[in-house]
Structures are given as structure tokens and as C-alpha cells.
Design a protein around this ligand. Sequence first.
Ligand code: SF4
Length: 435
Amino acid sequence: MNYTTQMDAARKGILTREMEITAKKEGMKPEELMELVAEGKAVIPANKHHVCLEPNAIGSMLKTKINVNLGTSRDLNDMDLELKKVEDAVLMGAESIMDLSSFGDTRKFRKRLTSQCPAMIGTVPIYDAVVYYHKPLKEITSEEWIQIVEMHALDGVDFMTIHVGINKQTAHRFKEAKRLTNIVSRGGSIIFAWMEMTGNENPFYEHFDRILEICREHDVTLSLGDACRPGCIADASDISQIEELVTLGELTRRAWEKDVQVIIEGPGHMPLDQIAANMKIQQTICKGAPFYVLGPLVTDIAPGYDHITAAIGGAIAAAAGASFLCYVTPAEHLRLPDADDVKEGIISARIAAHAADLAKGIKGAKDWDYQMSDARKRLDWEAMFNLAIDPEKARRYRASSKPEKEDTCSMCGNFCAMKNMNRILDGEIVNIYDE
Ligand code: SF4
């Protein structure tokens, strides 16, 4: 192999197996994708050690991808249950799984993922350091933080979220400016606490060149984490968020100089009218590096329904340039999601992604809708079920309320506009009341 990363290969004009596979999935020429990867506008997260990976490319001009967060926690430490959720998530269309495990034998779980799961695997090494070293946060050394990154790279992780943008300067600005909900990023809050307690610079920022060496060696895509993502509507687009984004823009340039692929993490909670502008600012500052958004949740008042608040924001964000949506489940802010929550979250994120792909004119996106509408017009229920984003739910709903006439549904019965229009245009008499 005479290249290091996918970006290095693209810049040398080498067409990799991953480029060929992903270009085919996107319905584009491999050379076109290669150019985007060379420029950093698309990434193919593909760690050399993740041998069972079925790769996907991420970029604003490509089909919008979705990520599903899973993993063990102190309150629910069942590895097999989490692996079953991973399997189901992939079957339901998730292109990426982020392992956010924060309890138990996290390395064993991570290795099982990268040896069995065909989706891209992402992690947040900051969480894992706290579990792995088994000692108070303050006692973790700068070197140990970096070693965890190396361990994840060796374990085959395709992309890593590293909260590198919150350096001393950003932390100072954050404290001066004040916020309603402070730092809500889990990794961001951990590294901020460590910086406060030790008085040291963020180790990932201070030793960014070492991080880049590790990523380059194993071809890990850097997901530059947003410690200061707004955690409520009141904090959206504030000084801390934008200050950190500027730092992420500078770090993107440094990563690209070493041929390391980069995605940028984004908000968070954000009112609807600010989302499109935020996508444009990110694209300008980070020179078109793919944007990975966590929501954004367009209101704070809907615990239990945050898969909906996030899907509204996600659709707007992706239509305006975001490339990658992190799913949000109805359990957000309330508990670890169960299998039903995971399903609701995935379907909601996929709807948001597809709605954005329609708006962006992504190749093939509208064909799916056309086929569904055609099946609706023909009142072909079996075809509708098969085309539905959630066939099981569509089938269950229809079965739960049988219509008197098989070719209608219990919503309008004899008043079925679809049926009556078909009939009248075919020259039939439409009586409705006595049929
Ligand atoms: S009965 Fe009404 S809702 Fe049901 S298929 Fe016909 S037009 Fe649509």
C-alpha cells in the first residue's frame, strides 16, 4: 500500500477500494469522489484495522448519513444487549455506530464492534480514559490521554471525537461570557474539568501533532468535537460556540496538511431561524469539511419527543449543508435508550436525512417518493408497506383498524379520494352514500 490515508491516496491520484465502493453507492464516478476526498470536502472513515467495514463516504454533496450512539453505562452494563441494538441499528439503515460505552470492559466491546460490525465505528476516547485508568480524573496525565487515542486507533475505530477546540483561550472566554447551561458535551465537560483542576492546557490541543501522527498511521478520521455546543436555545450561536469553531477551522487546516481526514461536530440546541446560517459559517470557517450535527434540537421543551425536535433541526441543517446527522431518541435527556427508543430515533433521523436529500436533489432520492405515491394512487397496500421507511409499523397500523372496503382505509372509507378519482376518471359512476 503506497499511501497512508484515504486523503493521501486521493491526493496522489490513487483510486482505493473504498473510493470505488462508496462512489458506486452514491451513483457517481470514482474520480469525482476522489477529488472531493483530496480537498477534504468528503471523507471515507476507514481504519485499516476495521477489516469487516462496508465503507461509506460523508460529504454535503452526498447522501446524508446517520449515526447511532450506543454503548454500556454504569446503570445498564449488558454487552450482548448493546450488540443486539447495534445489529438492529445497522439493519434499520444506520451507516455509523458511535460506541459511547462508559462502564465495564470497554475495550472488549469495542473490539467486538470492529471485528463484527460493517458500519463505521466512532468513539470518544475521553470517556474511555476515565473508565480505563480507573483513577480520579485529575490524576490522568497528558500522556495517558494521548495513549487512549492510540489504543482506539489500534482497535480499528474509524473516527474519533476529540474535544480539542476547548483550549485555555476558549475556556477563558466561556467563563467570562457565561451561559445558561454551561458545557453540555460529556467529553467537553470532562476535559474542561481536567484543565481547571490541573491548570494545564487541553492535552489534545497541546499535542495535536501527535494525534495527527496516530490518525495518519491508522487512517482514523478526526471528528473535531464541539465542547461548547449550545445545550439550550438561549446559548445558541454565542461567543463560546463561535470561538471554538474558529479554533476547529485552524485545526482542520493542520490536519489536512498531514493528510488526515476531518469532520466537524456542531450544535446542539438551536432555534430554527439560526440553523442555515450556522451551516454556512461552518462551511466557510472549516473550508467545506463535512459537518456532523447533533440534532440540532429546535426547542428545549419536549423531553420524550426530542427525536422530533432533532429531526426538524436535522432536516434543515442537512438541506443547508450538514452531511452527517447524529440520531436523537425519545429518551434524550431522560434515560439510556431501550430498543424501541433506538428504533424511533433511527427512523426519525432517516426521515430528516431523506427530506434533506430531496431538497438537495441527491441522485435517486426522489425516486423512492415517486414509487410510494404511485403505490398510493393504485391503492396497492402491499407495495406501500414494502416501500415504507418502517414497513412493520405501516403494516401494524393498517391491520389494527380494518376498513369495510378492502381497497380503502378506515380514514375515509367510501369517501376515499384516491379510489373515487380513479373510478370517475375511468368513466365509472361514483355514488358514495349507498356503496
Ligand atoms: S381512505 Fe382516505 S386516507 Fe385512506 S387511502 Fe383513501 S384517501 Fe387515503
